[in-house]
Structure formats: structure tokens, C-alpha cells
Design a binder for this molecule. Structure first.
Ligand SMILES: *[C@@H]1O[C@H](CO)[C@@H](O)[C@H](O)[C@H]1NC(C)=O
Length: 376
């Protein structure tokens, strides 16, 4: 019994065979068929080859969601050079809760404001990249992918010691602030906290020494990742007036970055800037200095590097090979059919008006009429 049913099953499977087995002697080969096969195989090989590159390639996908993390601290990484002596300037952060954040993380380093020729070249290159980044957003993806490969975006150190005494102050380091909107600023005088906020001791500094020309070599939020170029990196402002106020309005977007090399929680930001001369007599009030007002977006972006899965690659490969195979087969048949018709007609030289007339949907009378006309 068992053997019988097994045989039956085998027969059933045999009947399901979709691949016809034509005896070798029945298969006719032709030159045209050979050519078409050659073209088809070449096309298959080429497309499969290119498909492999598509498979190897990765792309970035962006997802947006509401940022639910409201307890963690925000890290601000900063590297700004101001064209004033270190003892005259102070930098600190005030957040929305009006609490002064300890700015112990910042170092004040006396430097020379002017860059050396090498540093100039580097700076110009950075600005060039910044310009391109603003125009072509796809470049950002490339940067994300090559993060760790990219060199540091910090200004290279001076190659020779300056021959002039330091005239500027480089303020660099990092701060941890609450994850609320705030204001990072650099103004005249060191900050001293007092119960309702804080004040800067500016009385001792003469207005003649005010010069808020500055260069932002680095400003980022969150984890510092080598290779990322932030919107303000490389910004340089030289002012002609002593009392000038520079404002940067920054919107921070929390960004989770997941590439094949790196997984980091960082922040991107967008910025608008404004600058004006403080002149109390002309009604332009304010405090001269550099103010960076930041706010944190409630949306979080997740940037993930994606890759075509292997199964998808295989399916696409099958599609290419099978598709080209059957399509060229059909085309070959069609072309052969057309050629046959044309050749037969030419060979026989017989034009069958009646048939064509019917096919074209014309009245079958017309050919007869022309016939009669020809006879006349
Ligand atoms: C401020 O310093 C920069 C760089 O040293 C200089 O080019 C600029 O003229 C100075 N501005 C004023 C108002 O002194």
C-alpha cells in the first residue's frame, strides 16, 4: 500500500514538471537566436554586475519622532576665539530657568587672532565645504557615512610660534546644561552670580578695548564625533565698531545616528544670525558681545544607514536574469515573425487586397473598385 501511494505521489510530482524536456534533436539552432542569446547574456551579466554595486551601496533613512528624553543633560562643545584679552572676557550660560550654569569646563587660552597661512588655507577649505553643504544636502549623507574616516574638524595648531604677543582669547571646552532653552554668551568681564541671575564685571574695562571680532572653530551639541561639520564651524566675523552685538539663534535637533561604523546620540542644529552696532544715542540698545540663544526641538531625528538585504538582492537578480531571458525570447519571436511576413511578401510578391481590406476594416469593395480602375 505504502509503495503504491508513494508511486502515485511521484507521478503527481512528475506531472507538475513545468520544464518541458525537448529531445536534443528537436531543438533547432539559428544564427539570429545565437546573436540574441549573446546580447541577452551580456545584458544579464552587465545588469547583475551593476546590481551588485547597488547591493553593496548603503543609504541613509531619516525617521522623525517626538523626543521623550527630558531628564538628560545637554553637552555644549565650544571653541571660540575672541579678539580680546582673556582677562577682559567671560563666557557662561544662562538657561531658561535663569540658573547660571557653572562654566568650569571652559578654558581661556591667550592666542593670536590672525591665522597662519596654513591655517588660513584650512579655514578657507572648511568654508568651501560649508557652502557646498548648504547647497547640496546629499553631501550630509556622505559625511555621515565617512564620519570616523574624516579627519578632525578642529583648527590645526600653529606651525610656528607667533612673533607677536597674544591679542585674543580662545575659549574652549565643554559645558553640561539642562535640556531647556538657554543662552550662551561671551561678554565683557567675568561673570559673577547673584541671586537673580548674574552680572558681568565690566566697569573696569575701557570701551576702547572692546572688540568682539570672533572666529567659531567649533560649536556642537551632544557627543562630539570626529568628521561632523556643524553649521557654525568656521564662522569668522570681524567688526569695525567697538560696541557690536552678535546674536546667533540656534535650534537644536536631537539626532540619533546609526551607521555601520558608529552609533551615537548627537545633535544637529540650524542657525540664523544677526549683528548690530550698539549705540545708545541712536536708540540701538543692548549689551555688546556674542550671544548664542539655543532652543531644543521637540522632534528627534533618527538617521540610520541602510543596506539592501541579501534576499532582496537575490530576488532582484532572479528578476533580472529571468526577465531578460523571457523578454528577449519573446522579442526574438516577434521580430522573427515580422521578418517572416515581410520576407514572404517580398518573395511571393503577391498582394492580397481582399484580406488586407478586411483586416483594416475597410469595405471589401474598395479593392475591387481600384481593380476596375486599373483595368480601365
Ligand atoms: C578687532 O580685531 C580684529 C582682528 O585683530 C581687527 O581686524 C579689527 O579691526 C578690530 N576691530 C576694532 C574695532 O578694533
Amino acid at each position: 500500500m505504502r509503495r503504491l501511494s508513494r508511486k502515485k505521489a511521484l507521478n503527481l510530482v512528475k506531472e507538475l514538471d513545468a520544464f518541458p524536456k525537448v529531445p536534443e534533436s528537436y531543438v533547432e539552432t539559428s544564427a539570429s537566436g545565437g546573436t540574441v542569446s549573446l546580447i541577452a547574456f551580456t545584458a544579464m551579466a552587465l545588469l547583475a554586475f551593476f546590481e551588485f554595486f547597488v547591493y553593496r551601496d548603503t543609504w541613509m533613512s531619516y525617521e522623525y519622532e517626538v523626543d521623550k528624553d527630558f531628564t538628560s543633560k545637554l553637552r555644549i562643545n565650544i571653541d571660540v576665539t575672541v579678539a580680546m584679552r582673556c582677562q577682559f572676557v567671560g563666557a557662561d550660560v544662562l538657561d531658561l530657568a535663569e540658573t547660571m550654569v557653572a562654566s568650569d569646563g571652559l578654558q581661556y587660552e591667550p592666542v593670536v587672532f590672525e591665522l597662519t597661512p596654513q591655517q588660513r588655507i584650512w579655514h578657507r577649505t572648511l568654508l568651501l565645504i560649508q557652502n557646498r553643504l548648504r547647497e547640496e544636502h546629499a553631501l550630509q549623507d556622505v559625511l555621515f557615512k565617512s564620519l570616523l574616516k574624516g579627519g578632525p574638524t578642529a583648527l590645526p595648531p600653529r606651525e610656528v610660534d607667533p612673533n607677536q604677543s597674544p591679542n585674543a582669547c580662545r575659549i574652549h571646552g565643554h559645558l553640561y546644561v539642562n535640556k531647556v532653552a538657554g543662552n550662551f554668551h561671551i561678554t565683557v568681564g567675568k561673570a559673577i552670580p547673584h541671586p537673580r541671575g548674574h552680572a558681568h564685571l565690566a566697569a573696569l574695562v575701557s570701551h576702547e578695548t572692546y572688540n568682539f571680532s570672533h572666529r567659531i572653530d567649533h560649536l556642537s551639541f551632544g557627543e562630539e564625533i570626529p568628521g561632523v561639520i556643524n553649521p557654525l564651524d568656521g564662522t569668522e566675523k570681524v567688526c569695525t565698531d567697538h560696541n557690536q552685538m552678535f546674536q546667533y539663534f540656534i535650534t537644536i535637533v536631537p539626532t540619533k545616528l546609526k551607521t555601520y561604523k558608529i552609533s551615537a546620540e548627537t545633535h544637529q542644529y540650524s542657525v540664523t544670525e544677526r549683528e548690530r552696532v550698539i549705540n545708545h544715542a541712536a536708540g540701538s540698545h543692548g549689551v555688546s558681545g556674542i550671544f548664542m540663544k539655543y532652543d531644543i526641538s521637540s522632534l528627534m531625528v533618527t538617521v540610520t544607514e541602510q543596506h539592501m538585504p541579501l534576499w532582496q538582492f537575490l530576488v532582484r537578480l532572479c528578476g533580472i536574469i529571468g526577465g531578460i531571458f523571457s523578454t528577449t525570447g519573446m522579442l526574438h519571436g516577434l521580430v522573427g515573425f515580422c521578418v517572416d511576413i515581410v520576407c514572404c511578401r517580398l518573395k511571393l510578391g503577391v498582394y492580397k487586397p481582399k484580406e488586407v481590406g478586411i483586416l483594416d476594416g475597410h469595405s471589401s469593395q474598395t479593392p475591387l473598385l481600384t481593380d476596375t480602375n486599373e483595368q480601365e
